[in-house]
Design a protein around this ligand. Structure first.
Ligand code: SAM
Length: 253
């Protein structure tokens, strides 16, 4: 999978994405990350990319022109023959990024093109012209879209087969089931400052371990994300009702 990032700070995304698991994935040819400096596409003699907003107001806005020229370069057939591509503008006004969205992007596209804003953001016309979707990483405002874009690349890339050593790592974790967080986990030593590992995990009894993990996952979700817990409970009640209905049908055909 390919990630193309249009930014004023390419070194920022290159440094973040070349380390650790993603760096290894890129060296192994599982992902490609390309950062483009929008400033390289400015025709201004001082390489300016921003201007004051029409109608007044504080701050500077990124001009649509260098962004568009950068975009044309990114999607030029000789550089990038990908068919299934999606252009994403990182924005606090976008819909909030979730694990479900990460899965959707990993499964449906070969190339994600990110536009990272800075200053007061970008001219609306570039959004209207090239952007398929606006995504936010949360209801707060950052100085630029680079960190948000890196977050999305990370979340999507780890779902690509081969990027993580074991697919189970992402098949069973928080949000795999949309409304559930993961259970607590323990490793050696058995005793850490008087806190010991729950006995059930040492029992070797897989069914009991599974049951304990389900309970703990629900407990954790209820404690820290009560709104998810509510949804999960509704889901379980519905499932239970469906099971009962099926059983009654079987018994009284
Ligand atoms: N004036 C904009 C507004 O009020 O919606 C905020 C612009 S922000 C200071 C500059 C850039 O940072 C945005 O263009 C966007 O690319 C990025 N950014 C800031 N917060 C973000 C968030 N929560 N999610 C994604 N991108 C964000």
């Amino acid at each position: 999978m390919r990630f193309d990032i249009m930014t004023l700070f390419p070194a920022l995304v290159e440094n973040v994405l070349s380390e650790s698991i993603l760096g290894r994935a890129e060296r192994a040819g599982l992902i490609e990350v390309h950062a483009y400096n929008i400033r390289d596409y400015s025709k201004d003699k001082h390489r300016r990319v921003d201007d004051t907003p029409y109608g007044g107001g504080k701050g500077m806005l990124m001009s649509p022109v260098p962004i568009y020229d950068c975009y044309l370069d990114v999607v030029s057939p000789e550089k990038n023959p990908s068919a299934r591509r999606r252009v994403i503008y990182m924005s606090p006004q976008g819909s909030v990024f979730t694990q479900a969205k990460a899965r959707e992007l990993a499964e449906n596209y070969d190339d994600l093109i990110f536009l990272c804003g800075h200053y007061e953001g970008v001219d609306q016309r570039i959004i209207d012209e090239i952007v398929d979707e606006e995504l936010s990483i949360g209801d707060y405002v950052l100085t630029g879209g680079e960190i948000p874009a890196c977050i999305i690349v990370d979340a999507v890339a780890r779902l690509i087969p081969g990027v993580l050593a074991d697919a189970e790592c992402y098949e069973k974790e928080s949000f795999t089931d949309e409304n559930l967080l993961e259970y607590p986990q323990y490793t050696r030593p058995y005793d850490f400052r008087g806190r010991t590992v729950p006995e059930v995990l040492l029992s070797g009894h897989h069914a009991n371990i599974e049951k304990w993990r389900e309970e703990k996952a629900l407990e954790k979700t209820r404690a820290v994300r009560p709104e998810l817990y509510e949804k999960k409970m509704q889901e379980l009640t519905l499932l239970d009702a469906q099971k009962k209905k099926k059983k009654t049908k079987r018994e009284n055909p």
